[in-house]
Design a protein around this ligand. Sequence first.
Ligand SMILES: [Zn+2]
Length: 343
Amino acid sequence: MSADAFRQTAGRWLRAGLASPAVYPLLRRRAAAPPEAVSLLMYHTLGDDHERLDAWTVVRQRDFLAQVRCLREHHDIVPLDQALDDPPGSSGRPRAVLTFDDGNASLLSHLLPLLEREALPVTVYIATGHVETGEPYWFDALMAALQPPLAASLDLGRWGLGCHRIGHADSAVNWLRISALLEALKTLTPQQRSQAVEEVLRQAGARLSPPAARTLGPLTPTEVAELARSPWVTLGSHTHGHELLDQVPLAAALHSVDTSLQRLEAWTGQTVRHFAYPNGNHTPALVEALRASGRLASAVTTEPARARTDGDRLRLPRIGIGRYDGIERFRLGLLAPLQRTGR
Ligand SMILES: [Zn+2]
């Protein structure tokens, strides 16, 4: 067969294949959602539309609203308790839950007004330690300190982390550099990490960018209570110290979860039954200890998949959404694979 004849034959097969009714179900299988499917989306916080912040965790308000409109084309956005406990609605549409991690101050200034205006239910997972002290966690302090116009080469050879060049790049590239530094620091022990973070702040001159410090700073206990009073907000815990729970002893991990639940309940007068593992890190022993405590109705990870209400409710996956996810990438994220059933 000549090359031309081969191309013509292959083209006919391809067109016939794509036109075949048998192919469409295959293409759609990934997009189809059984009634048990729930897309849990993981955000961190929102920021101004026109402020330059090189931080994946800060989504512009206008982008967030575009994503909500896109999501509502095919999903019902529901509160977490409704997604977990109620049967799927009569609309027959898959359900989605919006979640926000950490407890940055901009949740009150930039998210809460949108919730009321858009009738939008969300779950907010608060790490209570930085709320209590008013001091940002190490990663927020670093993100705030490494914003433009800073341009520096940070030497972390002492910890085997090499040299990290920050600045002198467009926003997405600079974020990749900041993110690579944060991920490298996460591999250190908590004690090494706090020394390395101090060294980074020293080398960077710790010039806090005021907008970043405001956006990435923590809520106060009064503001957490104000957020929790909104009928659109479900409150959840995100530990007390934002520890990576697979890097600390089991007893310390459980103590951190318990402390945060106590603080949130004291500040808000509400019962808190939901939890998010910081960075998604967890161990089988921790999951089983939390299950045995009977204290939690759900716990979420950062595994990028769609959750199932008949899956393990203490290991619900979430699809992460950040500042650099355009609408096409957002749509693709919604096609993440389904959580496996069983434990
Ligand atoms: Zn977190």
